[in-house]
Design a protein around this ligand. Sequence first.
Ligand code: PEP
Ligand code: MG
Length: 843
Amino acid sequence: MVTSQQLELLAPLSGVLMALENVPDPVFASRLIGDGLCIDPTSQVLCAPLAGVISNLQHTGHAVSITGDNGVQVLLHIGLDTVSLGGKGFTPLVEEGQQVTAGQALIEFDADFIALHARSLLTLMLVVSGESIAPRGLVSELVESGEPVLCVQLAQVEAEAVTEDLATAAQRSAPQDLPNANGLHARPAAVFAQAAKGFASSIHLHKQDESANAKSLIAIMALQTVHGDSVYLSAAGADADQALKVLSELLASGCGETVRAVTVEPSPVVTSEPVATDVLRGVCASPGSAFGHVVQLNERALHITEFASHAQTESDHLKQGLADANAALQMLCDNAAGKAQAEIFKAHQELLQDPGLLEQAYALIEQGKSAAFAWQSATQATSTLFKSLGSHLLAERALDLEDVGQRVLKLMLGVQDSALELPDHAILIAEQLTPSQTASLDTRKVAGFATVGGGATSHVAILARALGLPAMCAMSHQVLALANGTPVVLDADRAELLLNPAPERIQQLTLQRARQHERQQRDLQQAALAACTLDGRHVEVSANIASLAEAEQAVALGAQGVGLLRSEFLYLERNSAPSHEEQVSTYSAIARIVGAEHNLVVRTLDVGGDKPLAYVPMEHEANPFLGMRGIRLCLERPQLLREQFSAILASADLTRLHIMLPMVTQLSELRLARQLLEEQAQALGITTLPKLGIMIEVPAAALMADLFAPLVDFFSIGTNDLTQYTLAMDRDHPRLASQADSLHPAVLRLIATTVKAAHAHGKWVGVCGALASETLAVPVLLGLGVDELSVSVPLIPTIKARVRELDFSACQTLAQHVLGLESAEQVRAALQPLVQPMTALEY
Ligand code: PEP
Ligand code: MG
């Protein structure tokens, strides 16, 4: 049983309290780093809000972190943008690793100097270890240093785990030497901590007589391990055996070490043991298949000197590196294959101008560091922070940051990428590729790639699709042990890497690829034709879009409308809410492109889960996918929904407007949202309401579809979420990626239930999850009676063509057959042979 207890935090300063959302800095105000409070100080000594160990003291003395005995980590940050002061005005009174008592003086600072030379004196106290907090019920906004100001809710379970570890004899692994050239630094430490979190046992990593909680990135980094350190693991709990086995193997494999600068370079020799199995499985990141030879991409350390004697020269050097990188990115933008690709490089250009990064780097140069060292430290620190925040989006941003960081470093150090040395038909294998590396792959030589890291929704996957390169992610670490030159078939459609394939398989593949190419060309030419099966069943094929540009592209590729406008993506990069006028202009521009003849389905904000919106700050949640997501959040903040409804309604005359609510679970949510919509429509004098529908992405909604159906105009099935909630598998979990398959019969049965209920009430059903974009799934979805497939823009011609070659009654028989199968593998296996006789062409 999880009971909770509380920890009191004391005011680290005297001064005036301020809510975090009022801090004029979006990173703090949006609670990205952690929840807490802000004080406008009237005293000049920063004191410890809790007892604990100084887990980090910034060398510039402006920020300090304390880790309490119970694992709570508190960051104290004096002033805004004070890193640029380079330590001037701060006198640290403690050292890293020192034990401090609550109330103990930590840093003395010169308030006058800081007020004059930095942006602000506002001082932050943030809980960065994720616990929720509550204010202490203060009577005044004025606080005295040492006065209790916040309560942190502690999960008892942690304490029990520790006790258990101490009480029961923990099991130990054999000692092993760390293979990582730089010990367990940020990246391998993060990989290791993430893997450790997958076990219920309490786990510790030991180095000599020091130990760290294996689930804490900071604790592992604080062990300051180096290459060759002898370490061992201890674990106590039900899955201790398994944890020790898996984590020891992970340590031995280097925890996917990629911290240092990476250059794309074929490995000269591979010394690893040959891999026994002849098929390795992963997850499809970009469809297609290719035959080729393995080229392992390995890392090469850049030689970076730490110190330099002329700050001005170093500062100029950095400026030049940044300018060169900006020019290179501009060239990539100009030559990008599509809008999505160009936007990635634009985002990289913005990162080059990030004031926080630049401040950190220039401050280090002022302290005598070289330009390369300063830039590398600044980018690595920020990327480590992004990765530690538990947000999928920020973790992807960290990868972008590392990518940009390396681009600038290589330019400053005059290091060339050696991608041109690749042999023909290279199948690249890497722990991870960066977006830049992916975009600059020479597609005349590279036939495809497979990576251990990454997900099907990452930027790397988007780029691979834009380049038409078959790709797989979430491969097992075994793939890194394949010898260079091993012949392989990378079959991303089946998510398989076949090792040493027989000559007949290669021949078959070559033929198949030639046919695929021909077919793609033909599909494109026929993109404007309707999607009607051979026996006359019409299916609407529409587009999933997130921008005006995608709307334009979709129409050009033959989309019969927009089945899902993910409205939360329209303003993802903003720190403040868009005005009513901005929203109206975005929706109406899209509505005009879609036109009066077609449906435009606008989904209301689906914030929460893995999609934070900076201007909708949210409290930390232990399970955000099971928390305040989608319609739940909007109903909690009805003004947000009212404003969005009112902006969407302005497009009512421009298109066949549909409004769709995400994450609906309860009938009351639908009723409440409809009431708000009606009120907004009435206020605008609109008498005919647009069509209102809901996403079916929670199993409860699918199971209760017969009760929802009379109250809606349509359903659209979000198979991405429906799969994660039905199978209880996080959709972003790399180790579950191959199992979280939307073709699982349990998911298909929920689709069948939904369609039956909708049709009984004369309502249409679409599928807008990624399953609709899978050619293999089309006959099943048609056979289950789905009326609309809303798909990724580039796949519109393919999916339309796929529908045109199917026989609807055969699809119905097929659908009934697969509903009775046991697993997604069985469904996939059944689809391959059963589909072919129904198609006009072998696919
Ligand atoms: C889904 O869940 O299938 C869906 C379409 O919504 P999203 O992927 O945006 O969560
Ligand atoms: Mg969803």
